[in-house]
Design a protein around this ligand. Structure first.
Ligand code: ZN
Length: 136
């Protein structure tokens, strides 16, 4: 089995933001020369998440709004006594730091309306996203 590991650096500009990283993940998958296998996309932070969905401007704003509604800032969270970002940790906990996509015939398998995004929850910051491609 082949493994190919690469890191993407993403600079975010807002506290809560959805950033499309599909192009980077597809380039890494191509570079890996893995024909059939899996691609793991993993963000190494406790206040980000990786999501897969449609890249439509309204939807990206809806995602930010939904995160803010479901995980309101300063709602009496205990972790806010430490560093004032409990809402971001909670949103990350329930969304998840990783996604796995299949690789077949050298291509990342995703639906027409499935792009890959880093969900920033406590920006702006520079974030690290690991892309590992496994297979043969
Ligand atoms: Zn914290």
């Amino acid at each position: 089995m082949k493994t190919f590991f690469e890191e993407i650096s993403v600079s975010t500009r807002n506290r809560t933001e959805v950033i499309d990283i599909t192009r980077h993940v597809e380039e890494i998958t191509k570079k890996s020369v893995v024909t059939n296998g899996l691609c793991i996309i993993h963000s190494v932070h406790s206040t980000t998440a990786i999501i897969v969905n449609e890249h439509e401007a309204g939807l990206l704003k809806d995602i930010v709004k939904k995160v803010q509604q479901d995980f309101p800032k300063g709602a009496g969270w205990l972790h806010d006594r430490v560093d004032d970002n409990a809402d971001a940790h909670l949103a990350s906990s329930f969304t998840g730091p990783s996604r796995i996509l299949p690789v077949k015939d050298g291509r990342l398998i995703r639906g027409t309306w499935q792009n890959i995004f880093l969900l920033e929850l406590d920006g702006p910051r520079t974030r690290r996203v690991i892309v590992e491609v496994l297979g043969e």
